[in-house]
Design a protein around this ligand. Structure first.
Ligand code: AMP
Ligand code: FES
Ligand code: ZN
Ligand code: ZN
Length: 313
């Protein structure tokens, strides 16, 4: 296996691109791909301030690394969810994130859910839904709310997350199986700040395969948390990822094609009607000012209202 660029020892075979690269050229190639996605989807400019949501995993830490290497102005945001598990998931991911920020002289904002709202994520899920709901959906809602608020209050132009192609393809697959038009039309590399109170969200890694991100983190020597969140076990998204991996093994490039064809179809107007309808039904939550489609307070504020009552009594 020889590097296409220098003939040196190849360390990775990018089958879908019919490309073999050595360590040095791979570590150059990947940031170039990310830069292309940033440009192609008009994610942000070198003048804008980017808040990178970092979980301590390989994708978001590598994203922070790549954006820094590309010369962007970035700060990090870590949200302490208070998830325990065997390895003290949250403590360990915070430690690794702080270690990365420290080593690179980067600024990290940390927001701990339990300190701010009185209860950690698993307890909020347990108490407000009496254990009926998996913590993951409550967790997702809390993360989205905090990410947007932190970016807005910190005066950042854009919030970047580490979602990779496998993440995006799995979500797309799930949404397609259900033909969830509402979710489908909001899925994409960029979620524009077209509603008051909302900051632009971008996914610079949306065209990069998960295994490419793992290889990058490994070759760059980035220490990250290997374990998945303990609540993710048995999640349908993991099942969808496995299915798509089977497809990819037989048809290299299938995952990328699935995602890119979707973006093309969307651009062609596949969801235009649904998009307009959904946008019209959004209005700012009277309590927090973030957009919601439900009458009155948003789902986050209603949930936190319950938490407030619980922690008072
Ligand atoms: P996940 O939903 O866990 O697959 O994570 C997707 C992306 O959300 C990650 O790549 C991060 O950018 C962001 N993220 C997830 N968890 C956290 C966290 N605890 N703090 C900050 N960002 C996070
Ligand atoms: Fe939120 Fe697992 S990361 S429930
Ligand atoms: Zn080379
Ligand atoms: Zn609200």
């Amino acid at each position: 296996m020889k590097c296409r660029k220098c003939g040196g020892r190849g360390v990775i075979n990018l089958r879908q691109h019919k490309l073999i690269l050595c360590k040095e050229h791979y570590l150059e190639w990947l940031p170039e791909q990310v830069q292309r996605a940033i440009d192609r989807y008009h994610m942000f400019t070198p003048q804008e301030r980017v808040l990178v949501a970092v979980s301590g995993g390989k994708d978001s830490l590598s994203l922070w690394d790549i954006l820094t290497r590309l010369g962007y102005h970035t700060d990090g945001l870590y949200i302490g969810l208070g998830i325990e598990g065997e390895v003290h998931y949250s403590d360990e991911s915070l430690r690794l994130t702080e270690q990365f920020a420290g080593a690179h002289g980067l600024h990290l904002n940390t927001i701990k859910v339990a300190e701010e709202y009185g209860l950690a994520v698993p307890e909020i899920a347990q108490q407000t839904y009496h254990g009926q709901t998996k913590p993951c959906s409550v967790c997702g809602r809390i993360k989205r709310h905090i990410m947007n608020r932190a970016a807005r209050d910190g005066g950042y132009d854009v919030l970047a997350t580490g979602h990779n192609l496998d993440d995006e393809a799995a979500v797309l697959f799930g949404n397609t199986l259900n033909w969830s038009a509402g979710y489908l039309m909001r899925q994409g590399p960029v979620l524009e700040a077209d509603i008051p109170g909302v900051v632009r969200k971008v996914k610079p890694l949306c065209r990069i395969y998960e295994r490419e991100m793992a290889a990058y983190a490994l070759l760059r020597g980035i220490e990250y948390i290997y374990d998945e969140c303990p609540f993710a076990v048995g999640a349908t998204s993991i099942y969808y990822k496995e299915l798509l991996n089977q497809l990819e093994a037989d048809h290299p490039g299938a995952k990328l094609n699935f995602y890119l064809s979707f973006l093309q179809a969307k651009k062609g107007g596949l969801f235009t009607g649904a998009a307009d309808q959904a946008r019209q039904s959004l209005h700012p939550c009277p309590t927090c000012g973030q957009p919601t489609s439900v009458e009155g307070e948003c789902a986050f504020c209603r949930m936190m209202g319950k938490v407030k009552k619980l922690t008072k009594s």
